[in-house]
Design a protein around this ligand. Structure first.
Ligand SMILES: Nc1ncnc2c1ncn2[C@@H]1O[C@H](COP(=O)(O)OP(=O)(O)OP(=O)(O)O)[C@@H](O)[C@H]1O
Length: 246
């Protein structure tokens, strides 16, 4: 397997205050990797940096030459503006924009693909609904349909299953498994360890620095979870920038 992502002494943060410290490691192409850790561990920060939305303070991320259009990023639901006046159909169609271009126009084949994506997430009949009127689960289905159309090689999901009922979670998990079967690289921030143990072969346990990274059963061993929790309790939000990032 070739390497899709390589982190070299990666330090990330905001105004020089690191949120992720000195991360080294690789994610292989086709990996299905869970990113776990306490609140404030730097998980979302890492996702943003991989997507290209946040520049490293120090160190680097090598994406193996991947075109930015081949990276799909689903932010935490709290970061998505549901008041934006757009319907489900257009929201899903946005998944094509990066390839077709904003003014490229949508042809018959594209319309068929949009319809297929909407059907794949079980949202037929919702095409003309403004996204502001959707339930949380319906909104997440809409965003997954958009991801389907993006057809990306690297898929970044930030807490994709939070506050979903069992049926919605199972349906969306099927899509993640489908992407994994298609040898796409999938990283997902998750808090549910049972879900991670059942469905994610690899885990990065993060508590600002890597506590463990490897096969899920080993990474989520009780001693590692305890270490991550202790590191989380010891955080000092007012600490000075670390030297490597200064
Ligand atoms: N835009 C920002 N400006 C300043 N600090 C930020 C910003 N975003 C995040 N942080 C800080 O960076 C640290 C890591 O935050 P991050 O959101 O990456 O954690 P997380 O592991 O995703 O947490 P959670 O599980 O609560 O979502 C936190 O201390 C947070 O307060």
């Amino acid at each position: 397997m070739s390497v899709q992502l390589r982190f070299r002494d990666l330090t990330l943060g905001y105004e020089r205050h690191p949120a992720v410290h000195h991360l080294d490691g690789v994610v292989e192409e086709g990996a299905l990797l869970a990113v776990c850790g306490p609140n404030g561990a730097g998980k979302s920060t890492l996702m943003k940096a991989i997507s290209g939305a946040l520049r490293p303070l120090h160190g680097s991320i090598d994406r193996a030459g991947l075109d930015p259009r081949d990276i799909a990023y689903l932010p935490q639901s709290a970061e998505i503006d549901r008041s934006f006046p757009i319907h489900v159909y257009d929201m899903v169609a946005m998944g094509l924009w990066r390839r077709a271009g904003l003014f490229g126009g949508i042809g018959r084949a594209d319309r068929a693909r949009i319809g297929e994506a909407i059907a794949a997430v079980g949202l037929e009949g919702f095409e003309n609904r403004p996204i502001g009127t959707l339930s949380g689960g319906q909104m997440q289905r809409t965003l997954f349909a958009r991801l389907l159309l993006q057809d990306a090689r690297l898929i970044l999901l930030d807490e994709p299953f939070t506050a979903l009922d069992a049926k919605t979670m199972s349906d969306l998990l099927d899509l993640v498994r489908r992407w994994h079967g298609e040898k796409r690289t999938v990283l997902a921030v998750l808090h549910d360890f049972d879900l991670v143990r059942a469905h994610f072969p690899q885990t990065l346990l993060l508590a600002r620095s890597a506590v463990a990274w490897g096969p899920t059963a080993e990474a989520l061993a009780p001693e590692n979870l305890l270490k991550a929790r202790r590191m989380g309790e010891a955080w000092d939000e007012t600490a000075q920038p670390c030297e490597a990032a200064a």
